[in-house]
Design a binder for this molecule. Structure first.
Ligand SMILES: NC(=O)c1ccc[n+]([C@@H]2O[C@H](COP(=O)([O-])OP(=O)(O)OC[C@H]3O[C@@H](n4cnc5c(N)ncnc54)[C@H](OP(=O)(O)O)[C@@H]3O)[C@@H](O)[C@H]2O)c1
Length: 484
């Protein structure tokens, strides 16, 4: 028995940088339970051997010290290339014949990976349907769809409708690679595999939650795409809301896909949609200076490269606890972190007791880089007088487990091959996420509120965002993780 992965967009960046290196690592580590064939599909003309050679070079670059030429040779024997154009029905018929030929008479499961620009998703799905490539007989047929899944609620619904005409929901794996990150999965373990955090993980102990996804890079060569998307579509609708769901969800009754996804969707359902008037006060947007000079960006572009949102979750656990989401390009450093900010102690026993939230207990979950967790707390400074200082207990993956963190795509590709959809988004989940983002996007487009503030690259976004937070009695935890 064996399986086949067909990658649409075989000559693209994601395939060479992430997908093939991840599959190679799974092969190298012996994690693939069955032999897996890889078939690349895109318009560029390669022979099997030319594609293998080009992938050997890119994998050697991205797998680094783990690349082993001998192992690669064994792995590469299962790599094939089939040139084709997504718009051509004949190319899908010939793909179908080619797959039958290399798979032989043995039934093989198939995973179709859409690693092309999103404008091709619907056409590729329709072609797969027409060519009979989605029909499950003895073996599974699954499809992995890359982000972005739609550009608003209407387009996401339309894409789901198109997907469901060809594939049943159990065959569909909508990817958000953040969910494949070790640190995000560890958040479930931290919360539900320990007994000390869950009792305090609520409104009684937590003042607010901050989730930051900061990028040091600017839009670079993606400027043309970025100008049509902006930070909410690029980061908030997917990665930030995924992190929010995992932070805020209730414990699922079982560790399985639907039980987990049911709890995640409940979180989104409990988020109050921002009304037009709230968008002015509860959202914040910015653009880094110099953005409009990028190639492919309109000189008058109002696209936000920075956003901060304040969301409320209307349920028993989180009533009155704001969740602040923040993301930006050209920021101080690259960091993704979740900050659980606890209340300050109610009674100031010591002259030096924490007076403001900045000095109160804080749990910082470093999603990337410098993956780890820190608990901040007050300690007495050794001295004859009573003075306090904030210190921390720190857990660091690198120190504890050594070795490189596995790439998110390794876990996600393995799960898709094994039929575990726990770390993939369900149809209702992506639609619920758009339901939260749509009013913000519409209001930003139609109104001059909130103001689009400018910021200098290399800082934590506009100064006014710090003031926005201070006006709410809170402070951003601006922290660049220490690497190494
Ligand atoms: N790159 C990343 O790190 C990353 C991260 C997260 C998500 N994604 C998502 O992953 C997807 C792929 O991204 P990418 O960066 O790899 O894009 P890319 O480098 O532009 O690659 C696009 C691929 O699509 C193929 N293609 C274009 N038109 C085609 C057609 N008519 N028929 C068949 N193939 C066609 C291209 O090959 P030919 O020109 O040879 O046909 C190329 O292989 C996008 O949806 C992106 O949003 C990418």
């Amino acid at each position: 028995m064996s399986d086949t992965i067909v990658i649409f967009g075989a000559s693209g960046d994601l395939t060479s940088r992430k997908l093939i290196p991840a599959l190679y690592q799974l092969h190298r580590k012996g994690r693939l339970k069955k032999p897996v064939r890889i078939v690349g599909f895109s318009r560029s003309k390669f022979s099997h051997d030319e594609w293998r050679t080009s992938l050997a070079e890119s994998t050697a670059e991205f797998a680094g010290e783990h690349f082993d030429a001998e192992r690669w040779e064994t792995f590469a024997q299962q790599i094939y290339y089939h040139p084709g154009d997504i718009s051509q029905a004949d190319d899908f018929s010939s793909l179908s014949r080619f797959l039958d030929e290399i798979e032989g008479s043995e039934p093989s499961g198939r995973v179709y990976y859409l690693s092309t620009a999103p404008r091709f998703y619907e056409q590729a799905i329709e072609q797969l349907g027409r060519a009979g490539l989605a029909e499950e007989g003895e073996s599974f047929r699954r499809i992995i769809i890359e982000k972005p899944f739609g550009t608003d609620l209407a387009s996401a619904k339309e894409l789901n409708r198109c997907v469901h005409q060809v594939f049943s929901e159990h065959q569909v794996y909508r990817i958000d690679h953040y969910l494949g990150k070790e640190t995000v999965q560890n958040l479930l373990v931290l919360r539900f595999g320990n007994s000390i955090f869950e009792p305090i993980w609520n409104r009684n102990y937590i003042d607010h939650v901050q989730i930051t996804v900061a990028e040091a890079v600017d839009v670079g060569s993606r400027a043309g795409y970025y100008d049509t998307a902006g930070v909410v579509r690029d980061m908030v609708q997917n990665h930030l809301l995924q992190l929010l769901m995992v932070t805020a969800m209730e414990s699922p009754v079982r560790y399985e896909a639907d039980a987990i996804r049911n709890e995640k969707v409940k979180v989104l359902d409990a988020i109050q949609s921002l009304q037009l008037e709230d968008v002015g006060s509860d959202t914040f947007r910015g653009q880094y200076r110099g953005y409009t000079s990028s190639d492919g960006v309109e000189p008058t572009s109002h696209t936000a490269t920075f956003a901060a949102l304040k969301l409320g979750i209307d349920n028993w656990r989180w009533q009155g606890v704001p969740f602040y989401l923040r993301s930006g390009k050209a920021m101080s450093c690259r960091t993704t972190q979740i900050v659980i900010q606890f209340h300050a102690p109610p009674h100031k026993l010591f002259a030096d007791s924490p007076r403001d939230l900045g000095e109160a207990n804080r749990l910082v979950i470093q999603v990337q880089p410098a993956e780890g967790i820190q608990l901040h707390f007050q300690t007495k400074v050794p001295d004859a007088e009573m003075r306090m200082r904030q210190t921390d207990l720190s857990f660091n993956y690198q120190r504890e487990f050594r070795g490189a963190m596995p790439e998110a795509y390794e876990r996600l590709l393995l799960d898709a091959l094994e039929g575990d959809a726990s770390l993939f988004a369900r149809a209702d989940e992506v639609e619920a996420a758009w339901r939260i983002c749509d009013p913000i996007l519409q209001a930003w487009q139609q109104n001059d509120r909130p103001t689009l503030y400018m910021y200098d690259p290399g800082f934590w976004g506009p100064d006014e965002c710090r003031e926005w937070m201070l006006a709410q009695g809170r402070e951003w935890f601006d922290n660049c993780p220490v690497l190494g």
